[in-house]
Design a protein around this ligand. Sequence first.
Ligand code: PLP
Length: 373
Amino acid sequence: MTTRVWDYLPEYEKEKDDILEAVEKVFASGQLILGESVRAFEREFADFHGMAHCTGVDNGTNALKLGLEALGVGPGDEVITVANTAAPTVVAIVGTGATPVFVDVREEDFLMDTAQVEAAITPRTKALLPVHLYGQCVDMAPLRALARSHGLKILEDCAQSHAATHHGRPAGTMGDAAAFSFYPTKVLGAYGDGGAVVTDDDATDRALRRLRYYGMEQTYYVVHSPGHNSRLDEVQAEILRRKLTRLPGYAEARRSVARHYEEQLADLAGPGGLRLPTTNPGNTHVYYVYVVRHPRRDEIIEALKAYGIALNISYPWPVHTMTGFGFLGYRRGSLPVTEKLADEIFSLPMYPSLTESRQDEVAAALRTVLASL
Ligand SMILES: *Cc1c(COP(=O)(O)O)cnc(C)c1O
């Protein structure tokens, strides 16, 4: 039997009645687009974060793009972010007409090296886009200080960090706005695509509502400028409402999977060999993915296939080295830590319903493979 890096079917088995009831409720409601379920989910997701507003959108990429646009980012502006992220972070910046500017990440935690940000600020810089990668938050205090002193906006990329906290504050509450994805694999995942932007600022939220609805405030009338069609689907919203009540449980289950890996693998870890993920002081990690490192990553992944264990790499190619982003003018060598990590990281299976016995099989196979290197 193959162990996959992610699998929602065991969860669906448990939650099937609730999920199908959500679908039925929407189909029978008489309103299929921007109805009661989207409104209720927006209220509940904002409340979960203690934020004033949430606007549901069609996916995480557009949550980032509309979030940036609502904060005033557009052509000619620069947005500082990292290349050690999912490509959509950068796709969204490019989609606004702005230029992404990359800083490197830190080797210890894979996250934005905030000490490099100030040197990357130019007169064109409009926003900082920290990515709370793998399930824990970027160090926000230095970014908030820079944003204040340079008049910049902050948009948090929370696609991998639902319910994570940073010095007691939830991810998504530490900038001017925050973008979430509900892609099925995420910590809060829909049964299809979905996304949302949360903010405390009334004007930003009004802009988001226009932007997701063609630019319209009233039906059939575009007030300021053309927008997009980026609405959260009513069915996904109703499913997300139900799953939101279980989000703290999903996060706790992921932490417990991580603790079990830690127990099983701690003795294999060491400098120059296998390295397990760490949690920074002040953070609670939600382990969207469980990323480990080894200099001989490719051989390990290949060998584990013989045990029916399929591993993933998040992400094998740093964004700045992809040919599709060649127009940004980065070369291999420009972000040395990002590039080194991309060659060494791999993800062990991680999802809330992963059983300890499955984890033990993965740990045992990894132990054998490492011994044979
Ligand atoms: C998943 C993800 C996105 C994109 O979300 P979609 O819903 O797939 O568009 C953006 N940023 C990060 C960091 C992600 O992990």
